[in-house]
Write a protein that binds this ligand. Structure first.
Ligand code: AHR
Length: 651
């Protein structure tokens, strides 16, 4: 058997597959912001994920006000810890009143379990903060970090000042003496008195850019490493909401954090087999923070706004046409918030939050996976109002839930008739679909609306669950498909995999690009595919052919070529989706000469079912090596089931 296999391998290598690249045959330009990310607060991507707050239900605004909290201690009598409301705080009315009488340590405590526990790191400082009102001095608080068995691994005292009737904020620091994956937090009350508490918060100090109340640095870094060209936010279906009252309203996500009205996350109840009753949106990560994140990592912001329709898989509630003004105004105001002078109403809000300079918003999406004539009717209102006031803003509209079928055809035809800027296409499909559709864009109208491949992912058999769906079989099919996207980069101007993040203990939807637990983060094979495209995008598409054809599936090869004009480099990408090594030669025309050495980056795996994991995070990850070039030929042997990027300098 071994002899036979070796023989087959020999036969495969003996045949060299020829490809012709012509650097002078430029097919179009590559949008510098082409490869981006799609962020949605799904799978605990924001609260419990990238938003580094460790306390779940810090403001007691969950449906069950004490969800996430446990009262403990023999000193707590009925009526000693009560949830009250205050009429002056419509967005955050609830608070907790705690009464103690001569309480000692351990007599009256409140423990918070975190989102799925709290990741705590040895030696790291944590900032505790709370808003409180204490009519008279008398009570003392103590703060404890706990491991998963409730052993104390960090401790600080907290002495509140008397605040009379007013509310004040006070902070303290605690250091963790150990690293634990599923820690907890406890606040204890001693002495005698009454105190009102709200916004009980605990943040690690190692946030992204060390911003207080900021984002998890390791998760942001994973994004920054991709050098994404854009960030689409905040979704996804949460833009639409289960019903209109729980749609995403950006104006409620800016300004002081304690003023941002918490609402349920629509992924809380979406899937009966993955109910997540403790999933809410605190909006600690709100529109200002999304813009700031985009700016931090050099990505264009692409906000998506509700178009006057709730999710059509849920209530499908519609805003009557005569009541659409508020929605359209939200879009106009968002542009002012992002780009307006500090003297404008919304520019001032941005300025007050710490960003006097504009965010330089260039594009905006209206509607997510909405469909039907009711969507077209509504989006026309946005088109007219925005293009009249801000003609420079590019607008993105949905083509529905699927890349084909009646819904897609209706929207695609109408949007193209309207000559809209960009049409957002989504495809969650089998790996086989991705391979079979790699030439999808070869025949798209070059002069019409552009395409945003806004959500895509290879989905293997639905019986496989969670992170185990992120296998190499899907990723290599995506890599192959994306050669067709890159080849048509004059039409497909942006692309993003979806969803972006998932917490291993709190996901609703899989596969996802990046998985996390409370302390760790890893990129899936699909992450590395996206990253290879993003870091090796080039500036112009050049022709790459096998015989007379583009390389889109023939002999199970998928390939594309670009050049980076500034760097003087040719960038070749090729997926070999056959389970055998194959020798290939790229004959490069249109150059005087090639450098004698180049770079080969290969992503492959031993098996199509290989995947990465928390314990083996880079099992499927790119390997880089130098390659020798002879004359104007790039010759190499592609590994079985592999995706390769080759970079060679030329004159
Ligand atoms: O990415 C997950 C969901 O898929 C998005 O919220 C929605 O747009 C699509 O249906």
């Amino acid at each position: 058997m071994m002899v036979l296999l070796a023989g087959l391998q020999h036969v495969a290598l003996a045949q060299t597959h020829q490809f012709a690249v012509n650097v002078k045959d430029v097919k179009g330009q590559v949008n510098p912001n082409m490869w981006g990310v799609f962020f949605e607060d799904i799978n605990m991507g924001a609260d419990g994920g990238i938003y580094a707050e460790l306390i779940k239900n810090r403001s007691f605004e969950f449906y069950k006000p004490l969800m996430g909290w446990t009262k403990e201690g023999k000193g707590i009598k009925e009526g000693d810890m009560l949830v009250l409301t205050r009429p002056d705080k419509a967005n955050n009315p609830r608070f907790l009143r705690v009464k103690v009488d001569n309480a000692g340590k351990g007599d009256a405590t409140l423990m918070n379990e975190g989102f799925r526990g709290m990741g705590l790191k040895q030696g790291l400082k944590y900032t505790f903060s709370v808003m409180y009102r204490q009519p008279q001095n008398g009570m003392k608080l103590y703060l404890e970090l706990l491991d998963d068995k409730n052993n104390v691994i960090g401790m600080a005292d907290f002495v509140p000042r008397s605040s009379g009737d007013g509310w004040q904020k006070q902070s303290a620091e605690i250091i963790s003496s150990q690293t634990v994956l599923k820690g907890k937090f406890r606040v204890g009350f001693t002495g005698t008195g009454v105190i009102d508490l709200d916004m009980i918060s605990l943040f690690p100090q190692d946030t992204w850019k060390n911003r207080p109340g900021g984002l998890r640095a390791d998760m942001v870094q994973k994004l920054a490493d991709m050098k994404p060209g854009f960030i689409r936010f905040p979704g996804g279906c949460i833009v639409e909401g289960h019903e209109l009252s729980t749609r995403y309203q950006w104006k409620k996500t800016v300004g002081p954090v304690e003023e941002r009205e918490l609402i349920v996350n629509r992924w809380n109840t979406e899937f009966a087999h993955r109910l997540t009753p403790d999933y809410f949106q605190s909006f600690g990560l709100g529109f200002y923070e999304y813009f700031q994140l985009s700016e931090d990592i050099g990505a264009e912001a692409l906000p998506i706004l509700n178009c006057g329709m709730a999710c059509q898989f849920n209530t499908a509630e519609l805003v009557p046409m005569e009541e659409m003004d508020e929605y359209v105004q939200d879009a106009l105001d968002l542009i002012e918030f992002a780009n307006g002078a500090v003297t404008t109403k919304w520019g001032k809000v941005r300025n007050d939050m710490g960003h006097p300079l504009p965010f330089n918003l260039k594009m905006l999406g209206v509607g997510n996976e909405n469909w039907g004539p009711q969507y077209i009717e509504r989006l026309k209102l946005f088109e007219k109002a925005i293009k009249t006031k801000y003609p420079e803003i590019k607008l993105v509209y949905s083509s529905g839930t699927d890349p084909d079928g009646a819904r897609f055809d209706l929207l695609n035809n109408e949007l193209r008739r309207m000559k809209v800027d960009i049409i957002d296409e989504h495809y969650y499909r089998s790996p086989e679909w991705f391979l079979a559709n790699a030439n999808r864009y070869d025949h798209y109208d070059r002069k019409g609306s552009k395409v945003f491949a806004g959500e895509y992912a290879g989905h293997v058999d639905g019986k496989i669950k969670g992170a185990e769906r992120n296998i190499w079989q899907s990723a290599i099919a995506e890599a192959a498909f994306l050669t067709g996207v890159e080849r048509n980069a004059d039409v497909v101007v942006m692309a993003s995999y979806a969803p972006l993040f998932a917490h291993v203990d709190a996901w609703q939807w899989a596969p996802d690009l990046i998985w996390v637990d409370n302390l760790n983060v890893y990129g899936t094979p699909s992450y590395y595919v996206q990253k290879m495209y993003s870091l090796n995008k080039g500036t112009q598409i050049v022709s790459l052919k096998q015989g007379n054809e583009f390389v889109g599936g023939k002999d199970e090869f998928y390939a594309s070529a670009t050049t980076d004009a500034a760097a003087g480099e040719i960038i070749l990408k090729i997926a070999n989706v056959k389970a055998e090594s194959r020798a290939v030669v790229f004959n490069i025309d249109g150059v005087k000469k090639l450098n004698a050495s180049g770079k080969l980056i290969t992503l492959t795996a031993n098996s199509l079912s290989d995947m990465n994991s928390i314990t083996d995070p880079t099992k499927v990850s790119p390997k880089e090596e130098p390659i020798k070039i002879k004359g104007k030929k790039v010759q190499l042997t592609l590994q079985p089931n592999s995706f390769s990027v080759i970079r060679v300098k030329y004159n």
